[in-house]
Design a protein around this ligand. Structure first.
Ligand code: PLP
Length: 409
């Protein structure tokens, strides 16, 4: 008889967005006709530049002609892998062989699947608060113990608090861990990283045979000089780090679906030789994935052209202008606000020690604005809410006006 993977029963998540939906729906039933402004979800809203939609539709049209193509390389089409490698060289001064880039259907599946390369006993370390995919997928794989409702944490997982006291950058683990998941710029705190901050992590990983899994989904949102856009800007990282990137927030591809992972040949762990993890990931791609959508890849290639980059940069700047309005206006009300400078999320401290959900309810009921309660990203997010800059300027301005006029502070 088939039996279920009982690890799914351990999952505590899946609660955040349904709970937000439930509360918003309840509010709307109580207040019919009242419009709420949603600054909760991190989804892009702006139109794509024409060069990119042209490439997407051009490829779709080509499928109806003699230029039809079927299965492509599981690792991604060579021109796109080459364009990604060139982008890393031109923009980040990181020289990587195009063969180490594996094109995917987005960063989320890559973050969730990459753990399959490592022994089940590997101990994971995650930032708290954090986008939940790394921890949830590790639970599914069987790398975590039970969820402890009292602490809000899984047994066996090493949590690295990223809180006000440490400038939202994690301290080095004081116990031995094997897989260190880092998101920089971070979702939800918007905190970034410099080479000087990451070097100790790279040194730790090399010393302990650990692997850093570095999520750069928001790298394009950074403008402050000196911030790391790729872990491979940190000396030694090619020996101990995997990087996962996305076209979603960078190029408005949340629905198109395109991302990449980088597994260098020089990456080694305790029982592997150089090249082994790279070929294992190659094997994984060939076995479990048949390559990213060819239409999406044509769009990705357009994103990486100079014109595509200029178009995406305009969109990034639009969202970052929203972010700076959020930060400025909330600060003017006396609120403490982090993030929102090199990331599209503002991380707002709740006033007077209010709980995340308490402040969420007040924002909704008093100002008609929907946010994401920080506690939904783990216990270290308690006492904060996240506001997303992914919206139209009109919505952002209306939300802030309503907060100013209606929220009791
Ligand atoms: N990584 C982080 C840190 C995210 O916040 C998100 C989406 O919100 C993703 C990855 C998902 O990326 P993708 O759309 O490429 O799957």
């Amino acid at each position: 008889m088939a039996r279920i993977n009982q690890n799914y029963e351990k999952l505590a998540g899946g609660y955040l967005f349904p709970e937000i939906r439930r509360r918003v729906q309840e509010f709307q039933e109580r207040n019919p006709g009242v419009k709420v402004i949603r600054l909760g979800i991190g989804d892009t809203v702006l139109h794509l530049p024409q060069l990119i939609t042209g490439a997407l539709s051009g490829k779709a049209e080509a499928l109806g002609t003699d230029d039809y193509t079927g299965y492509g390389d599981e690792q991604g089409e060579p021109p796109l892998r080459q364009a990604l490698a060139k982008h890393y060289l031109d923009k980040f001064n990181v020289s990587l062989d195009p063969r180490v880039f594996f094109v995917s259907d987005g960063a989320k599946p890559d973050v969730a699947n990459i753990g399959s390369l490592f022994h089940l006993s590997s101990r994971i370390a995650i930032e708290g608060p954090a986008y939940p995919v790394a921890v949830d997928s590790s639970v599914i794989h069987g790398r975590a113990g039970a969820f402890n409702a009292a602490t809000g944490r899984y047994d066996g997982v090493y949590y690295m608090p990223c809180i006000e006291e440490n400038g939202f950058f994690p301290d080095l683990p004081v116990q031995k861990v094997d897989l260190i998941y880092l998101i920089r710029p971070n979702n939800p705190t918007g905190a970034t990283a410099t080479i000087a901050q990451l070097q100790p992590f790279v040194d730790y990983a090399i010393r302990n045979g650990a692997v850093i899994i570095f999520d750069v989904a928001y790298a394009a949102y950074q403008s402050t000089p000196g911030l790391v856009s790729s872990i491979y800007q940190v000396p030694g990282a090619e020996r101990c780090a995997i990087e996962i990137g996305s076209f979603s927030k960078w190029a408005g591809f949340t629905g198109v679906r395109l991302g990449w992972s980088i597994v260098p040949e020089s990456l080694v762990v305790e029982d592997s030789v150089p090249g082994e993890l790279h070929s294992m990931w190659n094997r994984n791609r060939c076995t479990t994935f048949n390559g990213a959508c060819n239409i999406a890849q044509a769009g990705g290639l357009a994103v990486l052209t100079d014109v595509g980059q200029a178009g995406c940069q305009q969109i990034v700047e639009y969202y970052m202008n929203n972010a700076s309005i959020i930060v400025r206006e909330l600060r003017s009300l006396g609120l403490t606000v982090y993030g929102g400078v090199d990331a599209p999320y503002a991380w707002v401290k709740t006033p007077k020690g209010e709980t995340s959900w308490g402040f969420f309810d007040r924002l909704l009921n008093e100002a008609k604005v929907v946010c994401t309660p920080g506690a939904g990203f783990g216990p270290d997010g308690e006492g904060y809410i996240r506001l997303s800059a992914f919206g139209t300027a009109e919505n952002i301005n209306n939300a802030l006006l309503s907060i100013k006029n209606n929220l009791k502070l």
